[in-house]
Write a protein that binds this ligand. Structure first.
Ligand code: MN
Length: 277
């Protein structure tokens, strides 16, 4: 489920576009101006950014230039959106580093095709410039890149946070109000994992400093196991168990993402152990 960051100051455009994208299965986060968009890109590591070009404060061109100059965010594809029919806008968007461009009013099918084309090319091996989105385990020979590792880890964490929020909202209406506390605890654990990962991977004093894999493992493994255990006991507590139950499916999604986190940590630790020295 790809994550899209929508940077858009117009409330109606924002509401319409985010709802239509969510209905297509994307996980959408929102920023309402340039500085917020830059922050959200750094903290959420989305798979793609939709960037309105005319924004208050820092406009979309400037925000794109900053994102493309930052090693943490430079590999995130950006589609520029503009209401101006001026020919120069398009060229300026590409000059700033945008990967594609679309015009308002948004033709949703056309935009969706552009989004899918970009996400498809990102996901096919070898097409993304410097840092292919490959499995963590397949780069045993190369140095572990903190920016890429963080991007890989943040994906499942953001999904766990998103699904725990959806489940928390759904629980009372489904007669599962007694589970809200545990669901909130899952979200809190995911936020905690994210904070410690950022502390370890972003706040290194020197760029060449090796990643503290022991600290990384201990900060992820215990809370991830607690999340899995919580999902399993919530599932056991459910009165009626039917496979079509969306609530159970969402709990399973959380459990699978927590397992994925554990697997990624194991792989990155064993890759390191195989390296000489
Ligand atoms: Mn605007």
């Amino acid at each position: 489920m790809p994550r899209i960051l929508l940077v858009e100051d117009n409330e109606m455009n924002r509401d319409m576009l985010s709802r239509r994208l969510r209905r297509k299965g994307f996980i959408v986060s929102i920023a309402t101006d340039g500085p917020q968009g830059i922050d959200a890109a750094r903290t959420d590591s989305p798979d793609l950014i939709l960037m309105d070009l005319s924004l208050p404060g820092i406009d979309g061109w400037q925000a794109t230039r900053q994102l493309k100059a930052d090693p943490i965010t430079q590999s995130i594809p950006i589609i520029a959106l503009t209401a101006h029919a001026m020919a120069g806008d398009r060229e300026r968007a590409f000059e700033a580093g945008c990967d594609d461009y679309d015009m308002k009013p948004i033709d949703f099918a056309r935009l969706l095709a552009k989004i899918e084309a970009i996400l498809g090319s990102v996901n096919s091996p070898g097409s993304r410039s410097e840092q292919p989105a490959e499995e963590v385990g397949s780069r045993a020979q190369s140095r572990i890149q903190p920016g890429q590792l963080r991007h890989d880890l943040i994906g499942p964490i953001v999904r766990i946070i998103g699904y725990s929020e959806l489940l928390t909202e759904d629980a009372p209406a489904l007669g599962r109000g007694d589970q809200v506390e545990s669901l909130n605890a899952i979200g809190a654990l995911a936020h905690e994992i994210r904070r410690t990962i950022d502390g370890i991977l972003l706040n290194r004093t020197e760029p060449d400093q090796p990643i503290d894999l022991e600290a990384l493992a201990s900060s992820v493994l215990t809370p991830a196991h607690v999340i899995i255990h919580t999902c399993e006991s919530l599932r056991e507590d459910l009165p009626e168990l039917t496979e079509s139950d969306g609530f159970i499916e969402d709990l399973d999604r959380i459990r699978i993402d927590a397992l994925l986190l554990i697997r990624m940590i194991w792989q990155v630790s064993s890759d390191r152990n195989r390296l000489p020295g």
